[in-house]
Design a protein around this ligand. Structure first.
Ligand code: ADP
Length: 744
């Protein structure tokens, strides 16, 4: 109750002060809040202004960046503008250039649409024919519709072919003939992005030139054929009368003549033969030039071939007092495969020249070689002389045509100047090479290198089948080179060799180094010659077999001399071996060959020989040449007569001229061979007598069934040799022994 009272009393006072207090507190609180808000506001302001600053900084930076970017963009735009204008310039230039070329030029894009082309290209298709944007197929279509000359080809097929062509990896150029006669060659190439670049080249002028050249070539070939035919014909025409001249002169020389007449006859013969050599040279050269020269390789004996060439040149060498020497490598086989006729020609040319251009001294032919891995042999053949030599400035010319060293020193030598040109070509045809070394006044050395297959697979240097049993030999020869070569040969057969230079040395050596199983003596030594030395040896009681080495074996016939055997120089290895073998096995131990007794030899019928030859003079020459032969001879004047005579006369041997009227020798031979076959008769040997010297003739002659051939002018020895070789067993010996010594 009190509290209420008090409250009743006090209430207005309290409430005012309380209100005041409350208001003051509220005001203070509000002031604090305000203060608080102020601070918050300030902080917010501060942060705001910081952000604003950062932002404005950023704006500055970005503005700067934007500025620089703008600068750069402007630069790039400038550059782009410049490059674009340069590219445009380059393209304009390129197209201007392309426009100036006369050939058509076009580019097709990956879809084969024509994107650019020069006027020359568009002009091909006529006005409005092809436009930019057209496809390649449209181009082909326009071409095939009258612009191109398709001959008879179907337009569709042609277009197909042209399109297929583009699909190939390498697009071959294609020549299209246009209806207006022009020829356009299309070269097409695919670019990396799939574009097709096409070039159309007008090759009309080139085609015309080519056609002209082709025509000229055909004409030249025809002319060359005509020349060859003319040469063959000329060869025949010249050889036929030459046969009469040389043959008759040969026969004339065998008759009794005064010395003056003999000189005349000999001159006719040798001039005729010289003329034939020239004709042969010209023929050979023309053949090589016309690439008509063919080689006929067959097995042959190179050493023998060399030896035969030397023997052929021996008389000339002897006249000049030259020594001919052969040095054939003893470790080489002698049989090889090559064309023997051409090989002989090469050797004859080189050795012949050496003899011709050497006034004194020697000519040495040397063959050395080595076996190659495959069994073939590389041969080096050299021909060395001690002659006049060749000046350095002339050396390169001597292998050319018609070239002879022109100076005082060799005016006196005859020749066509073709020999070495032919020789070089022949060596080249055989796959070899030729060279020369020479010194004026000292001599020359011509050499050639060839790879040849050996003819038989016999090891080189194998021992003889009949061993040589002789132990020691004495060589007496003035010439060192002869002694050296001979010594080497003898040593390979197992002999101990002593050498002397002359008779005095030999007679002195005999008691010291002798006795010898064989003594080899040069026939032609200065002081005491071979026969005199032989006599002296016998005088001192030496009984050893003596072999004479002679460059003129016939001359020994006039002298009484005691030689066991005579070997012709240069000495063939096989010949020497045979003599040494014979000495190792004296005759008494061998069965004596059965010599027919005289009455037996004369028995039997005569051999029958038919010769077909239309030319009367040649018939006469032939008849005279075989006058010594014991036989029945009948002549036919042409091929038809030859066939008829063959039927009625039944010859053992037929000599057949090739060029004859009515029926030539080839036809006649064919007819005889056919008749033989149908009636079962044995083949009669037929020997062609031909004036032709061309290889083609040789082939056609052998193809006609002819077995052998002889080239005109006929040589008595060759004819007689054939008669001797084909004389049948039931007939009398046709050839007298003295005439039959020449090998067939
Ligand atoms: P040629 O028919 O005149 O002998 P070649 O062609 O055989 O014709 O030779 C050409 C020339 O080379 C000869 O005329 C000669 O001047 C020279 N000659 C060839 N071989 C010899 C040699 N062994 N010694 C000196 N000169 C030679």
């Amino acid at each position: 109750m009190y509290a209420r009272e008090r409250a009743d009393v006090a209430e207005p006072i309290v409430s005012i002060s309380e209100k005041l207090a409350r208001e003051r507190r509220a005001r203070l609180a509000a002031e604090r809040l305000l203060e608080q808000k102020k601070r918050e506001l300030y902080a917010a302001n501060t942060q705001l202004s910081r952000h604003a600053r950062a932002l404005s900084d950023q704006i500055v930076v970005q503005r700067q960046e934007a500025e620089s970017l703008k600068g750069r963009t402007v630069q790039v735009l400038h550059d782009l503008e410049r490059v674009t204008s340069q590219a445009e310039l380059a393209e304009r230039r390129l197209w201007e250039a392309i426009e100036t070329i006369e050939d058509g030029f076009a580019v097709f894009d990956g879809e084969a649409r024509l994107v650019s082309a020069n006027q020359a290209y568009l002009a091909l298709f006529g006005a409005g024919g092809v436009r930019l944007g057209d496809s390649y197929f449209r181009v082909l279509e326009v071409l095939s519709q009258g612009i191109a000359d398709l001959a008879r080809e179907d337009a569709q097929d042609w277009q197909h072919e042209m399109t297929t062509r583009l699909g190939r990896d390498v697009i071959e150029p294609k020549v299209v003939r246009l209806a207006d006669g022009r020829h356009i060659r299309f070269h097409d190439r695919r670019g990396e992005v799939g574009d097709l670049v096409s070039m159309a080249q007008d090759i009309t002028a080139a085609m015309e030139r080519e056609a002209e050249l082709e025509e000229a070539r055909a004409k030249a070939e025809a002319a060359s054929r005509a020349k060859s035919a003319f040469l063959a014909n000329m060869s025949h025409e010249i050889r036929t009368p030459m046969n009469g001249v040389v043959g008759m002169a040969e026969l004339l020389c065998e008759t009794a003549l005064t010395e003056e007449q003999r000189l005349f006859a000999e001159t006719i013969r040798s001039s005729g033969e010289a003329l034939l050599v020239i004709i042969n040279d010209v023929l050979d050269y023309s053949k090589i030039e016309a690439e008509k020269m063919r080689l006929y390789p067959e097995p042959f004996d190179l050493e023998r071939c060399l030896h035969e060439v030397m023997l052929l040149l021996q008389p000339l060498a002897r006249e000049k007092g030259l020594r001919l020497v052969v040095d054939f490598d003893i470790f080489l086989p002698t049989r090889f495969i090559a064309d023997p006729g051409r090989m002989r020609q090469i050797l004859t040319n080189l050795i012949g020249n050496a003899v011709k251009f050497t006034p004194a001294g020697h000519v040495l032919a040397r063959v050395v070689g080595l076996e190659l891995a495959g069994g073939d042999y590389e041969l080096h053949v050299t021909v060395e002389d001690t002659g006049i030599g060749i000046a350095p400035d002339q050396i390169e010319h001597i292998f050319g045509e018609f070239n002879q060293v022109e100076d005082q020193s060799n005016r006196k030598f005859e020749g066509t100047g073709l020999g070495l040109a032919i020789t070089r070509q022949l060596v080249g045809l055989m796959g070899g090479a030729i060279w020369v070394e020479s010194e004026v006044g000292h001599g020359s050395c011509f050499g050639f290198r060839l790879v040849l297959s050996p003819a038989e697979h016999t090891a080189a240097g194998t021992g003889p089948e009949r061993p040589v049993l002789l132990k020691n030999a004495l060589i007496v020869d003035e010439i060192l080179i002869n002694r050296v070569i001979l010594q080497r040969q003898l040593e390979t057969y197992g002999l101990a060799v002593s050498s002397c230079r002359n008779a005095t040395e030999a007679l002195a050596a005999l008691p010291v180094q002798g006795p010898f199983d064989v003594i080899l003596v040069d026939q032609d030594m200065p002081a005491t010659d071979g026969p005199d030395l032989a006599a002296a040896l016998r005088m001192v009681g030496d009984a050893a077999p003596i072999l004479f080495l002679s460059s003129e074996p016939d001359s020994l016939a006039d002298r009484r001399c005691d030689a066991t055997s005579v070997l012709a120089k240069p000495i063939l290895r096989s010949q020497l071996l045979r003599v040494l073998q014979d000495l190792s096995y004296p005759k008494s131990r061998l069965p004596a060959p059965a010599e027919p007794s005289a009455p037996e030899a004369a028995a039997g019928r005569p051999m029958r020989v038919l010769a077909a030859e239309d030319n009367r003079t040649n018939q006469l020459v032939f008849r005279k040449m075989v006058a010594d032969c014991d036989m029945e001879l009948q002549f036919a004047g042409n091929g038809r007569e030859a066939v008829e005579l063959w039927r009625s006369f039944r010859p053992d041997l037929v000599f057949m001229d090739i060029s004859m009227p009515e029926m030539d020798g080839r036809e006649a031979a064919r007819a005889i061979r056919a008749a033989e076959a149908s009636s079962g008769l044995s083949r009669v040997p037929i020997v062609a007598l031909t004036a032709h010297a061309m290889d083609a003739d040789r082939v056609s002659i052998l193809e006609a069934g002819i077995d052998h051939y002889l080239t005109k002018p006929l040589k008595k020895a060759e004819i007689v040799a054939k008669i001797a070789a084909f004389c049948p067993g039931d007939a009398r010996t046709a050839v007298p022994p003295a005439a039959g010594t020449v090998p067939a």
